[in-house]
Design a protein around this ligand. Sequence first.
Ligand code: FAD
Length: 512
Amino acid sequence: MQVRTQHDGLDNYLTDASNMCGGHAEKLFVPESASDIPEILRGANASRTPVTVSGARTGTVGGAIPFGGYIISLEKLNKIKKIDKRTMTAVVEPGVILADFQKAVDSEGLFYPPDPTEWSCQIGGTVATNASGARSFKYGATRNYVNALKVVLADGSFVELSRGQAISVNGEPIKLRTTSRHFEIKIPTYTRPKVRKNVSGFFTSQPMDAVDLFIGSEGTLGVITEIELSLLPKGEGFFSGIVFFERNNDLLAFVDETKQVSFASRAERTTPSAMTPTPRSSRKAGSHCLDASLIEYFDDRALNFIREKFPETPSEMAGAIFFEQETTASNEDELLEYWNALLEKHTANLESSWFTTTDRDREKMRAFRHALPVSVNERVVRNKQKKIGTDMAVPDETFPGFLKFQKEMLNASGIDYVIFGHIGDCHLHANLLPKNDEEAARSRHLYGRFVAQAIMLGGCVSAEHGIGKLKRKYLDAMMGERYLNEMAAIKKVLDPSGILGVGNIFDPKYLL
Ligand SMILES: Cc1cc2nc3c(=O)[nH]c(=O)nc-3n(C[C@H](O)[C@H](O)[C@H](O)COP(=O)(O)OP(=O)(O)OC[C@H]3O[C@@H](n4cnc5c(N)ncnc54)[C@H](O)[C@@H]3O)c2cc1C
């Protein structure tokens, strides 16, 4: 196992995509096997040395940035141990890069849906943050695909968790057994907001599976060393489009109808009546199989921004939607017709829009979408400012008002900004781009107003990026002391010395 100290240069391990400054650490451990990890943790636990788990450091909230102590980097635990076509499952080490896994799965004719647009992240990082991204509109977040985990706890003991094995029913504590101890974990009593995505603090539900506690725990409860994932069959074909709209109301109406029809298609597939399909003559062509897998939004400013990298982006548009639909040879023509009718109905600017059914052009569309957060991060660095990007989700019925509220406040502020993201899930990223400290202070104030509004509407403060070190005070505002204490109680059972992921999720006062 490689061990490095400050003198060997740890700089690469002291930052992530949050642009948060001041990270420092005494030592870096790069284990080559999961069996190296217990000893590191036993030593750290005995000396109460903080330990930060480092994935690929693509996180945007400083979760992997250490402020003292040890770093454990999982980059060498990067084996895909098994892809089983029969059971449609895979077993991976945490350091496997998502892009490599996607490729391997694809070559077996299978499909792994989580797509946090930044494919250089590690699978372990995506589990630790319950990452989601574009395709979550249809497929949900990483949590939906995790069957089992192996985790090393702060005292160095191993715990193996398979779905269905340790479950809390009726609020009973979860009983966990590790290689050396027994634990009882009280399940938090809060109800989660009625939003389509939420990674604000520890998960809870009734019944509650122990696997779900570790997913999204942001390196605070244990080091994830092995993951079993479930996979889906690879789709036959697809139809993707980036469509431009001259009027925002048309764009929002298009999104609304696309969502409603997609939900109706899914409901029909999962109810018994799906066994006896509605006669073709009595339904709208294609409506029963129109089912968008992703619906992504770019506002007018995002389009202006992205034009620097993609000059072919049309100007004078109010915004654009990137959508994707899975197809089969038998329904492709019907679906294309239906999408066309829907776009015409909502007066999309079809002449300037882009459509494809080929892998090559789909990659270009993905690159177009990905160029935006990347360019935002570059601009933030160029302006020598910290990223101020929202990650809230709100309930469906409150979404149009919330978007309008943000746009009006941002326009009035005179601060540069772009809004883009996962409109299908009522989850957008408003990225504020202050040019100086005065604008940065006003941006933070605006951010606080947006958080307050999202909470008031019944939303969450983080839908996919997590809380990390940067969004703790917003989690406080959303959850309040009582529920943060309930989460902290879990942390204290699993990590009594409080060494793991120090600074993530919790203000230190909750862990005293
Ligand atoms: C341009 C860009 C676009 C992005 N778009 C999206 C998006 O659309 N959706 C989305 O969900 N995210 C998005 N992200 C965020 C990011 O990609 C995810 O948060 C990713 O899942 C983090 O993985 P990582 O390996 O980089 O983890 P890191 O950043 O290294 O770590 C993240 C957290 O997980 C912990 N951790 C990592 N590995 C383990 C482990 N094995 N055991 C325990 N804890 C661990 C760390 O301690 C830290 O708290 C984006 C990021 C960028 C830069």
